[in-house]
Design a protein around this ligand. Sequence first.
Ligand code: MET
Ligand SMILES: [Zn+2]
Length: 769
Amino acid sequence: MAQSSVLGFPRVGPMREVKKALEAFWSGKSSAEELQKVATTERLRTYSIMKEQGVEIIPTGTFSLYDHVLDISATVGVVPPQYANSGLNELDRYFAMARGHQKNGVDLPAQEMQKWFDSNYHYIVPEFTEDSTFSLQSTKPIDDFVEAKKAGYNARPVIVGPITLIAIGKVGAAAKSESFDTMTLLPKLAAVYGELLAKLSEAGAEWVQIDEPVLCLDRAASLSSEFKQTYESFAKAAPKLNILLATYFGRLDKNLDFVKDLPIAGLHIDLDRAPEQLDAVLAAVKDKKTVLSLGLVSGRNIWKTDLTAALATAKKAIEALGDAKRVIVASTSSLQHTPITTANEKKLPADVLDWFSFATEKCAEVATLAAALRDASSASSILEANEKSIKARRDFEKNSNPAVRERLAAIKPEDYNRKSDFSVRSKVQREHLKLPLFPTTTIGSFPQTKEIRAYRARFTKGDISSEEYEKFLEDEIRDVVKRQEAMGLDVLVHGEPERNDMVQYFGELLEGFVFTQNAWVQSFGSRYVRPPVIVSDVSRPTAMTVRWSKFAQSLTEKPMKGMLTGPVTILNWSFPRADVSREIQARQIGLALRDEVTDLEQAGISSIQVDEPAIREGLPLREEDHTAYLKWAVESFRLATSGVTDACNVVSHFCYSDFANRQIMESILNLDADMVSIENSKAGAKILRTFRDVKYSQDIGPGVFDIHSPRVPTSEEMYERIVAFTKVLDKSNIWVNPDCGLKTRTWDECTKQCEAMVQAAIKARKELA
Ligand code: MET
Ligand SMILES: [Zn+2]
């Protein structure tokens, strides 16, 4: 009989209990014991939710106090010496690695964070050096398993595999050589994993799920012998333990050629992201005994699964393998990327809520699939209801906004292009904006003070009228403009006081989005976000920012920069629709923004910034898919920005990511913006050299100070940065600005920072002209 399973569950607790307990512990308001007590309660609660929904195989070890990658690093001893030798206890050391530690003379920075594949979840980057040694340093995976087993669950421990762990790691600062091949450490690391697997087996585990999502990357193609040796060593270390090798977020492709011959008892594949791989996988495992775990219920979206279609896929697999016992129906990945339950959503219209399925409901879907495979009639009423919901959703989508689709279909090639080339535009703009050499500007936001947040909260609650709120915002903008004039900046911003968040703000004003009350998903540690959900065609009913930009411009002679979030970033930081491609959604948002951009210009705004910090992270996992993505990403931006005259200075901004990649650089060039600002203060000249290599000729503002730090660099320090820029770039193209927006700084900090920055630019104008 086919069994049901999920690969992991959200950790935060239905009402964010774990987040609250963590923050109380970190601020010294509660003890480690109190924290562990909440953790135990919530961990056990996840098991009981899964079981109650009917899931048969319960994952353990996916609950984490901060990050599951850090958990396995701490378990097998991937701990850099400064933490290992800190004298801190296990828990404090763990949090020191996650978020730094400054207490009682111990001063440790946090380890680096990175995005977990193409998700918005950040993991703590494991660090390796030539001298790395490993050993079992924690019993967490075993403890979690034993705890669940004792509580009566059919538990399956989950760990991130060693090859993925090394592949997503980096060379530590203490390494002798920066180019050290960390994969050479694999045999040593695998030996410790072997010990761990033996212990799990001894503790009574029959199966273990080892996550190796690296198998869905191109990189794994060169790791076949590493996989072979590692998994053979596991079979020796724990001969009785059945290994389910889990892959997700993409397709195995050619990697299947070696994966099929590994000594594993089961293979999990993602059939939502890569349904096309089923036939090849079935053919590859057919004549073996391998159990196939079918990822049918998406762990990455919030939509109900089309159970009828999923059921047909599962039946096909059973038929091909000839034995239902060889099939598990499962979520595609851990459900940690979805919110906990739709039951906490009280404000969404019933018909909209009926489209959704969060982690708890996805557990029930998996269980329904298994039940229906056993006995079709037992699940028939649930299947019928599901069919109805799916149909209602489809009908809604089909009819949602024909005008948007017609407009999209009618786009002409010239709609992507500015009227003239940059060389022509830039002259017009320099004169129009009266810009000096090395113009100074900021990225958009100024401090989001307690007062601003308090006013917004009162307005949202209905405690103050919109007149009162708007008056407050106007006063705020007046203040921000005055301060910038005093700082001596050349191109001003209005400061974004009206925005709760750079995506949510626009989502709330655009048609086609809905917002939840409690659909939190983990970004990292105790940080959770509530992404907007795109439910239908996107359009702009009325102007969104014109009122504020126009008001701000009326207060100053200096140019006021309009400020928008770009189509790709809005898309990437939302839950997208599943019925149409991301491409179509990005283009629709691009069109909606196009109207805003032209309205801004007509209202007298001659510089307009369209932020695209998330363009890099939307990059598909496989290189062969990059070109197509970058094409529509770039075109969506161009759709948004090319409706203006030559005199309008179109700006974009990038941060958060590694841009030293030629293809990304070329795409940034293809945006055909007049100026781009990029996060750079920690990056040195490497990024800039890549800009030069792709013959970037538009204006560019590499950040001269780090906005995450309260530290005020001297103007001399920033001047030296500008000097370094001029060695790589043409000075007439260089702008002077911070790395990103200043919303997390205090006024005192950012005033000093901006003043020093302006001094640096003034000196550069004198010395480098
Ligand atoms: C993450 S990019 C942020 C850009 C935005 N305009 C700001 O200044 O906050
Ligand atoms: Zn930024």
